[in-house]
Design a protein around this ligand. Structure first.
Ligand SMILES: NC(=O)c1ccc[n+]([C@@H]2O[C@H](COP(=O)([O-])OP(=O)(O)OC[C@H]3O[C@@H](n4cnc5c(N)ncnc54)[C@H](O)[C@@H]3O)[C@@H](O)[C@H]2O)c1
Length: 423
């Protein structure tokens, strides 16, 4: 236990023992981060660096925070979503690991932003975001702090889109490494992590059998592919809606039915939006839905399903089960919304399995080290994760799985680099 508790605003510090158990459980599934933590303890590449991290406060994030601290960083953590905080983990981080945390599950909007403000008050030299909220706050309300910042990292697709927009306007104040763009992040986290945990959230919340149901996935990006794959594996009939012809074609070739949302709305039993876009399921769609349709979102913000319109249409609402709200429409049809339309895998389940977050957060830790080591050479731009970091994480992951691979012989390397041999 920490001797003096660091600054915090958590639900109940007494929950810490449960949090410690769960953090340790996750740690067993996070061998890549553990290997990095051991090296960080020896080399302390983040010595004295103040980090403000705005991430989902989960067991896996706790192990990332421990790793950053092992590297010598002074870390403050706040939530990147009001519903994703695991209160026992927040308590454990404060009480057992001595890390400042500002996060309470279910916090209202004002509290959410006051927690981001608390993280910014830490005067970060490095920011770590999942949705660009700290960066957004610094660029809109605390511009005077920008010169103190060496750089930052961004975890998710939606955050990266916002940062590219900021960069394009010439407004980005410091360099950012877009962790999402690493292959060891989006090929695994977005696809396998979101795939499994989104289905898990829907099943936990509703206890529905997926086999034989029409399962509509809006958006066939990295996340959508994973969700479709897993729903398909459980026997659902998957329908994909898309706006990008290439992705739509891919979905069709992968064996799914592709159609506009307007038609999918009429036939779907379960809907998941995962586009990063807004107003994907709207009033016109609710009006066509079958009685009992279940709606969930796994995209970053709760704007993919037009919830105000659903509220407006409903004659009455009630909580049907924990995390499931029932909307009764004027003709008696009932539509169910899971997890308030927020990230369903975090609101109604436990987020990604630790083994997947291991690789995403290994990217975070190594990208933080990279930003600090190269601060002088980086410009105020959005950077991809360096290829060496990606390959190193893949190597560490394979090693932890006991998997060996072949190595190119000299002859093969020469052959692959040549143009005249074999023709
Ligand atoms: N739930 C989680 O844990 C989790 C994890 C990673 C990412 N995300 C979030 O999920 C979202 C998607 O991420 P991704 O990596 O799959 O992004 P992506 O860019 O690979 O895919 C998004 C897809 O949605 C499509 N799309 C956009 N607007 C659409 C519309 N109106 N109707 C149908 N399709 C539309 C795009 O054409 C694209 O193919 C983002 O908001 C991201 O931040 C959530």
């Amino acid at each position: 236990m920490a001797t003096t508790a660091p600054q915090h605003d958590v639900k109940d510090i007494g929950l810490a023992p449960d949090g410690v158990l769960r953090i340790e459980w996750a740690d067993r599934q996070m061998p890549v981060l553990a290997a990095i933590r051991e090296r960080f303890e020896r080399e302390r590449p983040l010595d004295g660096c103040r980090i403000s991290a705005c991430l989902h406060v989960t067991t896996e994030t706790a192990n990332l925070a421990r790793t950053l601290r092992a590297g010598g960083a002074d870390v403050v953590l706040c939530a990147s979503n009001p519903l994703s905080t695991q209160d026992d983990v927040a308590a454990a981080l404060v009480d057992e690991y001595g890390i400042s945390v500002f996060a309470i599950r279910g916090e209202d909007n004002d509290t959410y932003y006051s927690h981001i403000e608390a993280a910014v008050d830490h005067r970060p030299q490095l920011t770590m975001d999942d949705g660009a909220d700290v960066i957004g706050y610094l660029h809109s309300k605390r511009r005077e702090q920008i010169p103190e910042i060496l750089g930052g990292t961004e975890e998710t697709t939606t955050g990266v889109i916002r940062l590219h927009a900021l960069e394009a306007q010439g407004e980005l104040g410091f360099p950012i490494v877009a962790v999402n763009e690493a292959k060891t992040k989006h090929l695994f986290d977005n696809r396998y992590g979101t795939g499994q945990s989104t289905v898990d959230g829907i099943v936990r919340a509703t206890n529905l059998l997926l086999a034989g149901r029409r399962f509509v996935v809006a958006g066939y990006g990295w996340c959508g592919r994973g969700i479709a794959m897993r729903a398909d594996g459980m026997g659902a009939h998957v329908i994909v809606t898309e706006v990008d012809p290439m992705r739509a074609l891919e979905a069709a070739m992968d064996g799914y039915e592709v159609m506009p949302m307007e038609r999918a709305a009429e036939v779907g039993d379960i809907f998941v939006t995962v586009t990063g876009d807004k107003s994907v399921i709207t009033r016109a769609h609710f009006e066509r839905m079958k009685d009992g349709a279940v709606l969930a979102n796994s995209g970053h913000f709760n704007v993919e399903i037009e919830i105000p319109a659903l509220r407006d249409l409903a004659e009455s609402t009630r909580t049907a089960r924990p995390n499931v709200e029932e909307f009764v429409l004027s003709d008696g049809r009932r539509v169910y919304l899971v997890g308030e339309g927020r990230l369903v895998n975090l609101a109604a389940a436990e987020g990604h399995p630790a083994a997947v977050m291991d690789m995403s957060f290994a990217n975070q830790a190594l990208s933080a080290e990279y930003v600090v080591a190269n601060a002088g050479d980086l410009e105020a731009k959005v950077y991809a994760v360096p290829e060496e970091i990606d390959r190193e994480i893949a190597r560490l992951k394979l090693e932890s799985m006991g998997i060996e691979i072949d190595t190119l012989t000299e002859e093969q390397a020469r052959y692959l680099a040549s143009w005249d041999e074999g023709t």
